[in-house]
Design a protein around this ligand. Structure first.
Ligand code: ZN
Length: 329
């Protein structure tokens, strides 16, 4: 685990004050910037028995426990079942999206026990903190108001405005940096990502999302060749390609494409597909704007039922038939 290049200055600032670190940190900022990795790295370095230049040593028993996910003084709280959703896409529809009060109560119980190791430090990571409901947030607030000894809470939030103001005020808030474009591109290149500019645009400038999507991008470039045909689209061929990464990803791709198509109709630059600006501009000439808005609404609706396992191919083909109607003949 490493600190990303764009996080170096925050890292140095935090670790230089390690001895007087606040008992609760709130790392906040846009998704896909590596906040969770940063929080994990910080947690490990706080628990490490012999950190080097502020970084975890990676070899002491504390670090080994941590990397095995078995450190007794590290507790990571995230929405229940979010883990299994990744391994079993079918379960996605039932994915829990909240941190329950029961999880926080169990945490409080755990913290009331003495800590296990000689570092005499415990770390609690909560991610993403904004998915605590009112009950769980209030339960956590009580702990933050009377924090147990030698315990550091690290809250990670994509949307800080969704947190209770009382929770924010109990934490040292740290705005996590967004990399400059060149830094992000250099980093993607170092990760052997082909077409780093294209994937970074598609990810809305978020380097970790770009890296995650980079494998899909070759297939996607074929999808765009289809979509660029507008009213002459081959729906069956396009649906097949789109579904390679699942219904939700297909709908997201269509939403981003329509977003940029709409920008193009107003002669505005693309947000996600800068390299395809010419195709978009050509396509925009034949767009019926009200049909485009209807189609965008349809995509939002379709996302609600995106994980329904039945007849995704038929559903997507029906959606693509309506895509063709966006264009005047
Ligand atoms: Zn260590």
């Amino acid at each position: 685990m490493k600190i990303y290049p764009w996080q170096q200055s925050v890292w140095q600032r935090l670790t230089s004050q390690k001895q007087r670190l606040s008992h609760a940190l709130l790392l906040h900022g846009r998704a896909g910037m590596g906040k969770l990795d940063f929080a994990m790295h910080l947690s490990q370095s706080l628990l490490c028995a012999s950190p080097k230049d502020g970084h975890a040593c990676d070899v002491c028993p504390q670090c080994i426990w941590f990397k095995e996910g078995a450190h007794p003084d590290f507790k990571c709280i995230k929405p229940e079942e979010a883990d299994t959703a990744e391994d079993a896409p079918k379960k996605k529809a039932t994915k829990k999206t909240q941190i329950s009060v029961e999880q926080i109560r169990q945490l409080i119980q755990l913290l009331s026990l003495t800590n296990h190791s000689t570092t005499a430090m415990r770390v609690v990571l909560i991610h993403p903190a904004e998915v605590m409901n009112t009950a769980s947030a209030n339960a956590l607030l009580k702990v933050l108001e009377e924090p147990p000894n030698n315990t550091i809470f690290i809250l990670v939030a994509h949307q800080i405005h969704r947190l209770l103001p009382t929770i924010i005020s109990r934490c040292q808030a740290i705005a996590m940096p967004i990399p400059q474009r060149k830094v992000a591109i250099d980093w993607l290149e170092s990760q052997q990502v082909g077409d780093p500019n294209g994937v970074l645009d598609y990810a809305g400038g978020a380097p970790l999302i770009a890296l995650q999507n980079s494998g899909d991008f070759t297939a996607q470039s074929m999808v765009y060749q289809h979509l660029a045909k507008g009213g002459k689209l081959d729906t069956a061929a396009c649906a097949g390609l789109l579904l390679e990464h699942g219904m939700e990803a297909a709908l997201t791709l269509l939403q981003k494409w329509m977003f940029d198509l709409q920008l193009s109709t107003h002669a505005l630059p693309s947000h996600y597909h800068m390299k395809l600006a010419k195709s978009l501009q050509a396509l925009a000439k034949s767009v019926n704007l009200s049909a485009l808005l209807d189609f965008q609404r349809e995509l939002v609706q379709a996302k609600v039922t995106a994980n329904h396992p039945l007849s995704q191919e038929l559903q997507l083909e029906a959606i693509l038939l309506n895509y063709k109607k966006v264009f005047k003949h």
